[in-house]
Design a protein around this ligand. Structure first.
Ligand code: GTR
Length: 327
């Protein structure tokens, strides 16, 4: 073999050895997952966070997004994140409640007065406390940031204006006993099932309705399966959460961990802007598709769910008071 000039050879060798060492120690292409399709505010904000991390770390940390439930429903994706098969997950906090009961405080019906109240809470010390509680729990998830899921209202095949109208109606709720209790208290029959099953369940009459925000109602096409009446109950204002698998987190240097957290916070703010635009856009689209938005006084639903707040809220009485005190 022809000898290379010694200087070049040594440098190349060094680059090869140290380059691959550095790669094997810290380069991570993280699988990021979401139930929502490409273009949805949460998906876009997480993709942009990945691009920023890629640039800031010269390619050491990148995200590869798997949108549209391709890696499973939220319950399955939470489990995969816990074991490290998924590294970054954006999920509703709803199905996290059964895994980390401390976070259920944000899953309570009417715990927030309105969206502005929810945002003030998640942006402030209570929001940080809950992310930290999740991280400190045995769930092997690291709470990075919050995202906006707006407020959830009821959509059904028959118009609903008051709790009595829900009598005998089977309404899909996310997988968390707290939500089944909430729907039962609201007058209907709560049925827990995954997001991906709702369309067919509506079509086949397994359920008579569900509840969600306008962007989900539109992008999941549930209105095309007969749920044409959208009653403004605003009974749940559940923040979404961005988590990292503890397995992936532990492989990051403290400096990279701090960077990921900072960019998570930036994603929280970016998603909010995208969210507000999406709610306006999808509301217009739903109306154009013939979905009837029914404005109601939601006090009867608030009153009906008082026993749910009493039952579950007993575990977080102090926290509920702190939340209520946030202006
Ligand atoms: C959406 C939320 C999803 C998922 C879905 C559901 O609003 O963004 O994460 O939880 O609701 O109802 O399952």
């Amino acid at each position: 073999m022809k000898q290379l000039p010694i200087t070049l050879k040594t440098r190349q060798l060094a680059a090869l050895i140290f380059g691959s060492l550095a790669l094997s120690v810290s380069a991570q292409t993280m699988k990021a997952a979401d139930v929502h399709p490409a273009g949805y505010p949460t998906v876009v904000a997480v993709e942009n966070m990945g691009k920023k991390l890629d640039a800031a770390t010269q390619g050491r940390i990148k995200f590869q997004m798997f949108p549209g439930s391709v890696l499973g429903g939220e319950k399955e994706m939470i489990e995969q994140t816990q074991v490290g098969a998924i590294q970054i997950l954006r999920t509703s906090l709803g199905p996290v409640g059964p895994v980390v009961p401390e976070v259920n405080v944000f899953n309570m019906p009417f715990v927030f007065r309105d969206i502005a109240h929810m945002r003030a809470v998640i942006d402030g010390p209570i929001g940080q406390d809950l992310l930290d509680k999740l991280t400190a729990s045995s769930a092997r998830l690291v709470g990075l940031a919050w995202m906006d899921g707006g407020s959830r209202s009821l959509y059904t095949k028959k118009p609903v204006r008051k709790p009595e109208d829900l009598k005998g109606q089977k309404v899909r709720m996310m997988g968390n006993p707290l939500f089944v209790d909430t729907m039962n208290a609201m007058g209907g029959n709560g049925i827990s099932m995954g997001y991906g099953e709702v369309f067919t369940a509506l079509q086949t009459g397994v359920i008579d309705g569900a509840e969600n925000n306008p962007p989900s109602l539109f992008t999941a096409n549930h209105f095309k399966a007969g749920a044409k009446y959208y009653t403004q109950t605003n009974h749940l204002i559940i923040p979404e959460i961005l988590v990292m698998s503890k397995v992936a987190w532990d492989k990051l240097s403290p400096a990279d961990q701090a960077l990921v957290k900072r960019m998570g916070r930036e994603a929280q703010m970016e998603q909010r802007k995208l969210w507000d635009a999406a709610v306006a856009d999808y509301t217009t689209k739903l109306k154009a598709e013939g979905v009837e938005f029914i404005n109601i006084d939601n006090k009867p639903f608030f009153d009906a769910t008082a026993p749910v707040r009493a039952k579950y809220g007993a575990n977080y009485a102090d926290l509920m008071k702190r939340i209520a005190d946030v202006k």
